[in-house]
Write a protein that binds this ligand. Structure first.
Ligand code: ZN
Length: 243
């Protein structure tokens, strides 16, 4: 049930216990993929995961601006501070809990949001608001070549929103891409910004990315999310832990 497309009596009638809150980003994804890549992916995975688990699961509208200052050199990129993001996600999740939802999965599409989401989820779970866990789709599927706007994300967008991929700019994306994320010395990434190591903003090679792989990635992520939903619904919330 996509919250944005139903009415309050629909929600009252369904009386849902489980909700998915997608979190994305509006940030550069190379010259070829849309700024909304992470949000599009998070929303698609949440919708498909809800369908795979139980159609009545609430899918909240996505939070489209996240922690993405590392892409600030590329026009169009937006971001908020970590404090603002944490507070916004926490309060948005708490409003779902207010209506009786007691299990929430934060379905995330952006690497920069991961640490903050883990913290927010822990807080909501421990204080009894709702048992909340973060789920970052590309960490739940087989995607060793993840990169940034590389083969994994470009495949996903080619499947979910193919019109938004600028096919005539793939060459430019590849020419300015780096092989890996950052500049590492002694286990430390010396680069704070993507512009320090990638001319086009891309990490990896998007040229071989196809919609077929995107469909397989979406299916795998949806199935992993459905499994996670089963697990947290069956599990006692952390607030019940006694020792
Ligand atoms: Zn991305």
């Amino acid at each position: 049930m996509k919250l944005a497309e139903v009415t309050w009596p629909d929600v009252e009638g369904a009386d849902p216990d489980v909700a998915l809150l997608p979190t994305g980003s509006t940030e550069q994804h190379g010259p070829h993929a849309p700024l909304s890549t992470d949000t599009i992916a998070a929303e698609a995975v949440a919708a498909a995961g809800a369908e795979a688990y139980d159609g009545s699961t609430v899918v909240a509208p996505p939070i489209p601006v996240g922690i993405a200052e590392e892409h600030r050199h590329f026009p169009g990129t937006m971001w908020v501070s970590e404090d603002t993001f944490r507070a916004y996600v926490r309060e948005a999740a708490a409003s779902l809990a207010h209506h009786g939802v007691d299990r929430i999965v934060l379905v995330n599409g952006h690497g920069g949001n991961v640490a903050a989401l883990r913290e927010v989820a822990g807080q909501l779970s421990r204080d009894g608001t709702a048992y909340t866990v973060p789920f970052t789709w590309f960490d739940a599927v087989d995607a060793p070549d993840m990169g940034h706007a590389g083969p994994v994300e470009t495949s996903m967008v080619r499947h979910v929103a193919p019109d938004l991929v600028q096919e005539d700019r793939i060459g430019e994306a590849v020419a300015g891409a780096s092989d890996g994320w950052g500049e590492w010395v002694s286990g430390v990434n010396l680069a704070f910004d993507s512009a320090a190591f990638s001319d086009s903003g891309v990490v990896g090679d998007p040229s071989g990315a196809d919609a077929e792989r995107g469909e397989a990635l979406l299916d795998a992520a949806a199935s992993a999310l459905a499994t996670l939903l089963e697990a947290i619904v069956a599990r006692d919330p952390p607030e019940d832990l006694e020792r």
